[in-house]
Design a protein around this ligand. Structure first.
Ligand code: GLA
Length: 411
């Protein structure tokens, strides 16, 4: 491979690195090369500094595969499978029950779990999950009712937070259905404060779908915040959510993460190559990695995708930078990059087109010096050698080639 000199426009060369990141991420979202939009200047909200979610949370959630069909048995069996499949040891820690576990409030206003589906109760279930070396998550809604019509937490914030803490909950996802008349920043802050008041460390996942500009305020309130509407199990939806989240690259970091929604890996709507791209892009985006498949019955291929240590290490890198679009050589042929703590770069060559393509990255485009750098392919888990200037690879349609680039230091 040889280094291909980058073709940069004058406008592009005159932009600062930060502005370039903005411009390119905006380009990704709008899929047009015709105009560069000047970078909006926005005040940075300080991210939470409570030691929780220093790297993007990883876990599993019921919604994408099971919707309302949740039960104690499903959760226990899944916890077992998360351990036996190696997912726990790869980093997936939070086992989260999404909507439909709750049925009503009792006379004292305490939220009640469905006694048919959860006969042992939530405390015992949390204990079981903890005994497996995992953490327990639950879902609620900031409004009067959840998206599926179950009791919401509005006007019961402190009471629900205390109930969850008593059960041993480690993570709460708070949705935004039936919240008319409420103000998102205030409502989520109220629930955050209620969680803090319990004294139990609990991750807060803000889920208002990007509808109240959470990138402007959520960082001081929650550990992750959805930037998009719900993902669907197909290539277009996955890319759509990824692109929308990429726009807000600058606000993410240790303690607070943009959330393009949970993973669909293994749910059957995409090819394994597309699922590899899905995980790779979420890793480049430093996105929370919340698996959403049936872990009990997943194929070896799905397991291998979800547990690829080198791809997961990109997501979990302690620098905590969200990656950005570095180059787009032709419509649909994109180079995404994420700086890593050790000075290396993760790179994903993303082929969004219907045909295989030869793709390349220039070291300059990923802010590295032009000299030699070693390339390690993360999906193949293979060293490719040292290359000066850049690197090329053939990338299948609807796929990524993902690698790290580590400059060779001269002594
Ligand atoms: C919303 C959320 C989803 C899921 C459902 C549950 O649509 O965005 O992630 O929690 O509600 O009803």
């Amino acid at each position: 491979m040889t280094g291909v000199p980058p073709r940069r426009s004058i406008i592009e060369r005159s932009l600062s690195v930060t502005q370039r990141r903005w411009a390119f991420t905006l380009l990704a979202a709008t899929a047009t090369c015709s105009a560069l939009v000047s970078a909006p200047v926005r005040a940075q909200t300080h991210r939470l500094d409570d030691g929780l979610a220093r790297t993007p949370p990883m876990g599993w959630n019921t919604w994408n595969k099971f919707a309302c069909n949740v039960s104690e048995r499903l959760i226990r069996e899944t916890a077992d499978a998360i351990v036996s499949s190696g997912m726990r040891d790869a980093g997936y820690r939070y086992v989260v029950i999404d909507d439909c576990w709750q049925v009503y409030r009792d006379t004292s206003g305490t939220i009640v779990a469905d006694p048919q589906r959860f006969p042992g109760g939530m405390k015992a279930l949390a204990d079981y999950i903890h005994s497996k070396g995992l953490l327990f998550g639950i879902y609620t809604d900031a409004g009067t009712a959840t998206c599926q019509g179950r009791p919401g937490t509005h006007d019961h914030e402190e009471q629900d937070a205390r109930t969850y803490a008593a059960w041993g909950v480690d993570y709460v996802k708070e949705d935004w259905c039936n919240a008319r008349g409420l103000t998102a920043p205030a409502q989520y802050k109220k629930f955050h404060d209620a969680l803090v008041a319990t004294g139990r460390p609990i991750v807060l996942s803000i889920c208002e779908w990007g509808s109240n500009r959470p990138w402007d305020w959520a960082a001081g309130t929650g550990h992750l915040w959805r930037t998009t509407d719900d993902i669907s199990d197909n290539w277009a939806s996955m890319l759509y959510n990824f692109d929308l989240s990429a726009i807000h690259q600058d606000v993410a970091g240790p303690g607070g993460w943009n959330d393009p929604d949970m993973l669909e890996v293994g749910n059957g709507g995409m090819t394994d190559g597309e699922y590899r791209a899905h995980l790779a892009l979420w890793a480049i985006a430093a996105a929370p990695l919340i698996a959403g498949n049936d872990v009990r019955t997943m194929t070896a291929a799905t397991r291998d995708i979800l547990t690829n240590r080198e791809v997961l290490a990109v997501d979990q890198d302690s620098l905590g930078a969200q990656g950005w679009l570095a180059e787009q050589s032709a419509p649909g042929l994109q180079v995404w990059t994420k700086p890593l703590k050790d000075g290396a770069r993760a790179v994903a060559l993303l082929n969004r087109t219907a045909a295989e393509a030869e793709m390349s990255v220039d070291w300059k485009a990923i802010d590295l010096p032009p000299g030699r750098a070693t390339v390690r392919d993360l999906w193949a888990q293979a060293d490719r050698g040292a290359f000066a200037g850049g690197y090329s690879a053939r990338v299948a349609s609807h796929a990524v080639v993902m690698f790290t680039v580590t400059p060779v230091r001269s002594h």
